[in-house]
Design a protein around this ligand. Structure first.
Ligand SMILES: [Zn+2]
Length: 114
């Protein structure tokens, strides 16, 4: 995976109490959820501060922001949904990539969280 190709400056956003994340949480039967759509990390049952303090979690979500940027918004939505249909959530290659990014201490380089 050429994740180094992703490194570029990106301004991104965090939205707490997100309705989209609330729906995702109920579908996933999860307590706290973060879901990235474009450049925004949508949170349910978690605060911006909790996300920013949790380095591995933040890296994971930043990896998804880079995936959106790399593939393009609509293209990535379709690719992600297709992967999920084929392989489910855990084995979705974009999730595998994002989990690997949790150990990447450069993934947040150039990221500005508004
Ligand atoms: Zn993920």
């Amino acid at each position: 995976m050429a994740i180094d190709a992703y490194f570029c400056e990106v301004n991104c956003y965090v939205r707490e109490n997100s309705f989209i994340a609330k729906i995702a949480a109920s579908k996933l039967k999860a307590g706290s959820v973060a879901i990235v759509i474009g450049k925004t990390i949508h949170l349910h049952n978690a605060t911006r501060a909790e996300l920013l303090m949790n380095q591995r979690w933040l890296r994971h979500e930043i990896a998804h922001i880079r995936q959106f940027r790399h593939h393009g918004f609509l293209n990535f939505v379709l690719l992600y949904l297709w992967e999920s249909l084929l392989n489910g959530y855990h084995n979705n290659k974009y999730e595998i990539e994002a989990r690997a990014a949790e150990n990447n201490d450069r993934i947040c380089d150039g990221i500005v969280i508004e």
